[in-house]
Design a protein around this ligand. Structure first.
Ligand SMILES: Nc1ncnc2c1ncn2[C@@H]1O[C@H](COP(=O)(O)OP(=O)(O)OP(=O)(O)O)[C@@H](O)[C@H]1O
Ligand SMILES: [Mg+2]
Length: 600
């Protein structure tokens, strides 16, 4: 069920355009929820039916009262029947209300669950560029806070609102039947009261969206700092961080209060206006009874209907604010839901033949990061990497080495030029298929909060325990994993906080080895290891690199001595290419760096 809603939402053709959804403001923002309600339209209809039944039962009650008052006391024989009928109506009302409550809440919970997973699904497909501008804490706040708001509305406010609308409309009709003249006066008065309130509702929605934005800001700040508490404490910046968080909390409070103030005024105006109108009409009705043109029972039922109508309006006023808040939240959620990733598979992606070989060609590649349009991170890169070759990328920090890996994984698209994988322009491939052929050990190894098995198996979820252990052995990770309290089953802590930097790196290497990809990318994969361990891991890696195309980024030149070729980067350009021996002789940047390092 879950997946259906997700796909439905993802396939909405009109909504795929990034500007289509947020452009509309108003209640219609809630229409963004329709793809999520559609799979459950049967239940929606059922809830609606129960809602009508319970409202109907409620509207019959005053009629029963009228008969009771006008005839019940006179004809002694009929009195039991009247009470029985009244009780029967109450039971019917109770059951249909319970049913409505259950189904409406069910729909609310279901839609929220689907919405959450649909958004999460979409977020996982976003390109790195998206996360450069969107804070993770903010996304989390949307996923929890905004969806909860939608749940409140779909799962309760909406049905309260509908019930009250029924109650209001039914009450009005019954009032009209009871006394046309009194009804006409009531209706005219209500119109004067209600119309201005709709305008205020719009304001509430805008304020509500603003308030949700401020809440998301607080999550963004907290999310960032929770990941860096040791750094905050080491630099004794607690006061600064308190102040920063407090400022966002205060601003979210202020914005919530602005919203609440408007809502409070709106509620007061609504209730006072509506009750004023009713009281005025009642006053007229009382005079009619005195004059004898109306029975006491009629006035009693008129009073009850008037109370229903007024109560209905009161609830609508309350709920209207909620609905408007949810419209604001939905707007944000729809934005997330339909955010189109910048890197996508083409409509008809080319397929890569299944092979254990990989060749890579960079042809006049030029690239700048989206956030730095003025500075090219890579400029006119030409490089052919043959099958099975081991190529080392060296050069000063910030020269663009990691950027080259990012482009190869197609986390970003080149500005000009082409990158080919096995002769195929990577823009013509499905990124997932391309990435399936590449194993990477990133500059900072990522460890998930799971045990060592699960962390290594991330490279290949189908691998057996034996294969995992073999990969760990190759990466020389077995020697420390076996000494952990529960061996491979030891929980490594969130972000691997229970491991040293070098241990994290070895887990990451084992993960890449287990993936067994044709192309292996190592970005400073052994930089956190001491010389002895590095030599060990290096030997394991060499075994893994055999018959495999490998690109190695390393600052320590001792680690790249065995590469087939070395490519030297400086400020986004390739300045030298050659075998280690050739480069040492040439007297260029590499030999300068090498003499500095190897002398020591
Ligand atoms: N996401 C990004 N947005 C904008 N600029 C970036 C981004 N990532 C890197 N850069 C910039 O691009 C340039 C190249 O960075 P890159 O990470 O490729 O360097 P590197 O050669 O790997 O350096 P190091 O050896 O320190 O890892 C740097 O100037 C860096 O500031
Ligand atoms: Mg780097």
């Amino acid at each position: 069920m879950n997946a259906t809603a997700t796909e439905n939402a993802a396939n909405e053709p009109s909504a795929a355009a990034p500007t289509a959804a947020p452009a509309r403001r108003k209640l219609s923002a809630l229409a963004g929820l329709w793809p999520f309600l559609r799979p459950y339209r049967g239940r929606v209809a059922l809830a609606f039916l129960l809602l009508s039944l319970s409202s109907g039962a409620m509207l019959v009650v005053p009629l029963a009262f009228r008969d009771l008052i006008d005839h019940g006391f006179v004809a002694n024989a009929g009195i039991h029947g009247h009470f029985l009928a009244l009780f029967g109506i109450a039971v019917f009302w109770a059951i249909s209300t319970a049913g409505r409550f259950y189904f409406v809440s069910w729909i609310g919970e279901r839609v929220t669950a689907d919405l959450r997973s649909g958004i999460y699904h979409r977020i996982l497909t976003q390109s790195p560029e998206y996360f450069e501008t969107t804070k993770t804490g903010e996304v989390l706040s949307r996923l929890t806070g905004d969806t909860t708001l939608v749940q409140t509305v779909v799962g309760s406010s909406m049905s309260m609102g509908l019930r009250s609308t029924f109650q209001f409309a039914g009450g009005m009709i019954m009032l009209a039947i009871t006394s046309v003249k009194l009804f006409a006066i009531t209706a005219a008065l209500l119109l004067v009261v209600v119309l201005p309130l709709i305008a205020i509702g719009r304001l509430v929605k805008r304020l509500s969206r603003e308030s949700q934005d401020r809440i998301a800001d607080t999550s963004a700040v907290a999310g960032e700092i929770l990941n860096a508490i040791p750094t905050v404490q080491a630099f004794t910046q607690e006061q600064f961080e308190y102040a920063r968080y407090d400022a966002t909390v205060e601003s979210s409070f202020a914005s919530a209060i602005r919203r609440t103030r408007v809502r409070a005024m709106m509620t007061a105006a609504m209730i006072a206006g509506v009750f004023g109108a009713i009281v005025f009409v009642l006053w007229l009705g009382a005079q009619a009874v005195v004059a004898g043109s109306m029975t006491a029972g009629q006035l009693a039922s008129f009073v009850l209907y008037a109370v229903f109508t007024a109560g209905g309006v009161g609830v609508i006023a309350e709920v209207w604010g909620d609905v408007m808040r949810a419209a604001g939240a939905t707007e944000r959620l729809v934005e997330l839901l339909y955010a189109v990733p910048t890197i996508r598979a083409p409509a008809a992606p080319a397929t890569l033949p299944e092979t254990q070989q990989a060749s890579v060609a960079f042809d006049h590649v030029r690239f700048h990061y989206p956030s730095r349009p003025q500075a090219a991170a890579l400029d006119d890169i030409n490089l052919d990497i043959r099958e099975g070759e081991t190529v080392a990328l060296v050069g000063p920090s910030g020269a663009g080495k990691t950027t080259l890996f990012q482009l190869l994984l197609r986390f970003y698209d080149v500005e000009s030029g082409t990158i080919r994988f096995n002769g195929q322009d990577i823009r013509e491939l499905d990124p997932a298929q391309l990435r399936a052929h590449i194993g990477i050990v990133p500059q900072d190894a990522v460890i998930f909060s799971a045990d060592a098995y699960a962390n290594i198996r991330y490279g290949n979820t189908k691998a057996s325990d034996e294969e995992v252990m073999l990969a760990a052995r190759t990466a020389r990770a077995d020697e420390f994993i076996e000494r952990l309290p529960d061996g491979y089953k030891t929980f490594l802590g969130e972000r691997g906080v229970r491991l040293s930097g070098g241990q994290r790196q070895r887990i990451a290497i084992a993960r890449a080895i287990l993936k067994n990809p044709p192309l292996l990318l190592l970005d400073e994969a052994t930089s956190a290891l001491d010389a002895e361990s590095e030599a060990f891991v290096q030997r394991g890696l060499e075994a893994a690199m055999e018959n495999r195309t490998t690109l190695i980024i390393a600052h320590r030149l001792a680690t790249v001595q065995r590469a087939d070729r070395i490519v030297v980067f400086e400020a986004g350009k390739i300045v030298e290419v050659g075998t280690p021996a050739e480069l040492l002789k040439s007297g260029g940047l590499y030999s300068r760096l090498a003499s500095l390092q190897l002398m020591a």
